[in-house]
Design a protein around this ligand. Structure first.
Ligand code: ZN
Length: 303
């Protein structure tokens, strides 16, 4: 089934619920980047979170960028998610692998590392993007972004993320975001009820893996709290907006000497998109075109 995002409200609009399945798009990221098990789990959780975070924004062109920079072997990762349902991302050291943790789970916390930062940039499409930085809590992605939401957005929120990777690829992935909106933010009974429900939710991924739908899981969680599923689901997918012309023109940053050298010695060059790992190849003739462009730009700058 295609990956999708659904929305709901509960408690007279006091609680906002968003759920997303990301099994296919995480598997596409895994195969595009050749990700290890633990890198798949880390990037998968972060891409899922990106789609959930951007879902509360208003303008259609809105995007959220999430960057983790930690002390662990993955080095860091970057995710770019849009309200249009597209998401892309990469891991700095995609092959790094770690043994499972004491619970037998993929050790994302150790792979990201506990020392470091998470940077979140919200771009509404106009004016300056809004960015903020928080220190890592556990490196498990979900905890760190919950901490970010509490600190930077001051919205009591719970974020549940799960990625299950088997020998043949991603078997289940998805996430849930529950937010208590300002009208209910002082309702402490409601908040503590929600917290105890969430802590009793033993593993979101096993539920998804067992074949439960998102709306069933949300129903089990807050079905008796005046749950109202909002109509329509949104398709979400791995998608990158890089293109050949832009990627090749970035080769000009190497400078005239390097370009001339690539024409002489290598008879061509490659540009690789970080986000989707697509390889764009330029032959000598195209490089010659770039070199002439660059020389013309430099000549006109000197005038
Ligand atoms: Zn790309």
């Amino acid at each position: 089934m295609a990956d999708q995002l659904i929305r709901a409200v509960a408690a007279d609009g006091g609680i906002r619920v968003v759920g997303v399945t990301t099994t296919r798009l995480v598997d596409i990221a895994r195969s595009r980047h050749g990700l290890s098990y633990v890198a798949t789990a880390a990037l998968g959780r972060a891409m899922t979170a990106g789609l959930l975070l951007v879902s509360s924004m208003k303008k259609p062109e809105s995007r959220v960028n999430i960057r983790f920079k930690g002390s662990g072997p993955l080095g860091g990762l970057m995710v770019d998610a849009g309200l249009d349902g597209t998401v892309r991302g990469y891991v700095e050291n995609p092959k790094a692998e770690l043994p499972p943790n004491a619970d037998g789970k993929l050790d994302v916390g150790a792979a990201i590392g506990k020392e470091g930062y998470v940077y979140v940039v919200r771009d509404v499409g106009v004016g300056y993007p809004y960015s903020s930085t928080v220190e890592l809590v556990t490196g498990e992605i979900g905890d760190d972004l919950t901490h970010y939401l509490a600190n930077s957005e001051q919205t009591p929120s719970a974020l549940v993320l799960g990625v299950f990777v088997g020998a043949d690829g991603v078997e289940a992935a998805g996430g849930l975001l529950l937010q208590v909106l300002p009208k209910a933010a002082r309702d402490e009974a409601l908040i503590s009820q929600l917290e105890s429900r969430l802590s009793s939710l033993t593993g979101f991924t096993p539920l998804l893996k067992s074949g439960k739908s998102l709306s069933q899981i949300i129903g089990e969680l807050v079905g008796d709290m005046g749950l109202e599923m909002l109509p329509g689901s949104q398709l979400v997918q791995f998608s990158c907006k890089c293109d050949r012309a832009r990627m090749l023109s970035a080769l000009k940053l190497l400078g005239t000497e390097e370009l001339a050298d690539m024409i002489e010695v290598d008879q061509g060059a490659e540009a690789v998109c970080h986000f989707c790992n697509e390889v764009y190849r330029a032959d000598s003739q195209e490089l010659q075109g770039l070199l002439s462009d660059l020389r013309a730009e430099q000549a006109s700058a000197q005038r």
